[in-house]
Design a protein around this ligand. Structure first.
Ligand code: CP
Ligand code: NVA
Length: 305
């Protein structure tokens, strides 16, 4: 048994490994569509610790394990001892004695790091307040399928400097694309995350139109993430000029794509016209969570076997 490889951020894998995962996700999607049965995780179990809500992440991981011949266990704080205060270290030690892989969706990123430090099997970040790397695998796969490699392209992130924005910063470095980020004042991404991606071509802007100009991909996310429900009102005011609408899309290249990790709020961060329009690839993006996470599970299991 090798030391487990974890996937807490995109920086845990090398650029070559990440490129390989994207190619593998595309291949696994093709094989699944062709009706091929492929069960590399037969009799294996994925533990899924969810401290926040989820539709896509949960269904993608659970379905991935079914396709792979394994099993997934949904664990919520409402009915596990983790929710009654059992230490994270103890929970990680115990769960990893039984299951083969673990994914965790939680609030503080440090909690995930603590969990991983005490797990004897691979731990996957299924979203924390700081990062959402699984979503980026699906986004990069989606871009690749529609337009070819993302390396050398220009991506505009418009909105909050949140967990998704942080993962786009890491992705800009690992997948070698140019990233322009437009946020309102006070909602910029963390300086430490930007420092971690030093060397990448990243520009922070205030003007969303400037960020969108000639971009190949426009991305946004909700204005108030999970855990920020109390700030919703004040955020709505600050973010109003950052809505992705027809004017923003018109500033981008004519063949630019639009992505959103979902769930979306039509009429807030994006107009109905854009998200349901011809440049939007959000449904492919959502589906690709399944294929990209299958590639990830296969990779981490093989690397740690
Ligand atoms: N995009 C995403 O992670 O969706 P869920 O919150 O539904 O898992
Ligand atoms: N930034 C959002 C992403 C949801 C998938 C959140 O953290 O709620």
């Amino acid at each position: 048994m090798n030391a487990p490889r974890h996937f807490l951020t995109l920086l845990d894998l090398t650029p070559a490994e990440l490129d390989g995962l994207i190619q593998r996700a595309i291949e696994l999607k093709r094989r699944h569509r062709a009706g091929e049965c492929y069960e590399p995780l037969k009799n294996k179990t994925l533990g899924m610790v969810f401290e926040k809500s989820s539709t896509r992440t949960r269904v993608a991981f659970e379905t991935a394990m079914t396709h792979f011949g394994g099993h997934a266990i949904f664990l919520s704080p409402r009915d596990t001892q983790l929710g009654r205060g059992e230490p994270i270290e103890d929970s990680a030690r115990v769960l990893s004695r039984m299951v083969d892989l673990i994914m965790v969706r939680t609030f503080e990123h440090e909690k995930l790091e603590l969990f991983a430090a005490h797990s004897s099997v691979p731990v996957i970040n299924a979203l924390t307040d700081r990062f959402h790397p699984c979503q980026l695998l699906a986004d990069i796969q989606t871009y690749h399928e529609h337009r070819g490699p993302i390396a050398g392209r220009t991506v505009a992130w418009i909105g909050d400097g949140n967990n998704m924005c942080h993962s786009y910063i890491n992705a800009a470095r690992q997948f070698r694309f140019r990233l322009r980020i437009a946020t309102p004042e006070g909602y910029e991404p963390e300086a430490a995350v930007l420092e971690g991606a030093a060397g990448a071509d990243i520009t922070l802007l205030r003007d969303p139109l400037e960020a969108a100009r000639d971009a190949d991909l426009i991305v946004t996310d909700v204005w108030a993430s999970m855990g920020q429900e109390d700030e919703q009102h004040q955020r709505r005011e600050a973010f109003a000029p950052y809505q992705v609408n027809a004017r923003i899309m018109a500033a981008a290249r004519p063949d630019a794509l639009f992505m959103h990790c979902l769930p979306a709020h039509r009429g807030e961060e994006v107009t109905t016209e854009v998200i349901d329009g011809p440049q939007s690839v959000v449904w492919d993006e959502a589906e690709n969570r399944l294929h990209a996470q299958k590639a990830l599970l296969e990779f981490l299991h093989r690397e740690s076997g």
